[in-house]
Design a protein. Structure first.
Length: 305
């Protein structure tokens, strides 16, 4: 009996060592990600939360100020202006980008010669850095020598003051956002190719035309991809910065002063880091509420096979 107990104890010790070695290996392999997350994500996140309750100009030490930054944020008319501009950009740009991406995906899903070249050509612009794209569009928006006004003049339409008119500037930035439509197009294309042909064949036998196929089969079976693309475009739209910073600088008359651009001004031009951190947390809350609302509504119209 004593010998059996000794054998059991030795076996239990080996099992414990094995478990410890597995746990050690796990923590060893996960440590690079964990350290990176703590140092570059969680740490700055908590630091910005603390700084949002302080007066901090980067040079000196943070001075605790309570809710003063949030009170100033509510009373600053440009904060509301920038938030409204951002929402206008999101509401006007996101649906158009998704419709265009879906149309391109359906077009490139058809069997034709050289379709891979066209798919690559439509996706490649999404890989170009935003600053480069913005500089190219800045030249295209030039009133005298820009290609857009040249095309308008060619078809006998008046030139547009793209950068000096508020509505035109906002429309121009929405137009620039179409440059990255290739990412959503690729997602929709993958979703289209995941729909079984048997479903379409059965619907055609039942007498469905192309409109009914699109409405009752294509769209319902693509809802996971549509929801994902909607959320990603929504987050991208709320964080728009580069295009407005490079092309319009927030003008004319703050017509394209987006929320993140105004946040940037307070953080790195006025050195109001506490106020900028408060703005960042407000943006985080707005983004969280928006995406949660989209996910909540998606339960009513999403469908998965």
């Amino acid at each position: 009996m004593i010998r059996l107990v000794a054998v059991y104890n030795r076996f239990s010790a080996k099992v414990r060592r094995w478990r410890n070695s597995q746990a050690g290996a796990f923590w060893l392999f996960v440590s690079p990600w964990l350290i990176g997350f703590i140092v570059f994500t969680l740490g700055p996140l908590l630091a910005s939360l603390y700084i949002s309750f302080t007066k901090y100009n980067i040079v000196g030490s943070p001075v605790f100020a309570g809710l003063d930054n949030y009170r100033e944020l509510v009373n600053d008319p440009l904060v509301l202006k920038s938030l409204v501009n951002t929402l206008i950009y999101v509401v006007s740009g996101v649906p158009l980008r998704m419709v265009l991406a879906l149309a391109l995906a359906m077009l490139l899903n058809r069997p034709m010669r050289g379709v891979g070249i066209f798919r690559t050509a439509y996706y490649m612009p999404s890989l170009i850095p935003s600053v480069t794209v913005s500089l190219v569009w800045l030249l295209m928006f030039n009133y005298r020598h820009g290609i857009l006004n040249g095309l308008l003049e060619f078809i006998h339409l008046p030139r547009i003051q793209w950068l000096t008119s508020g509505p035109a500037a906002m429309s121009g930035l929405v137009l620039v956002s179409f440059w990255t439509v290739g990412t959503s197009m690729l997602i929709f294309l993958a979703a289209l190719q995941g729909i079984p042909n048997e479903v379409y064949e059965a619907a055609v036998i039942d007498g469905a035309n192309r409109v009914k196929l699109f409405r009752y089969i294509t769209v319902p079976l693509m809802t996971p991809a549509l929801i994902f693309s909607l959320i990603m475009n929504l987050i991208y739209g709320l964080q728009v910065f580069t295009e407005a910073y490079v092309i319009t600088r927030g003008g004319p008359l703050n017509a394209t002063l987006f929320y993140v651009l105004y946040l940037y001004r307070h953080a790195f031009q006025f050195l109001h880091m506490g106020f900028a951190s408060a703005m960042a947390w407000v943006l985080f809350i707005v983004t969280l509420i928006s995406t949660t609302f989209v996910l909540y509504l998606s339960k009513r119209w999403s469908y998965e096979m």
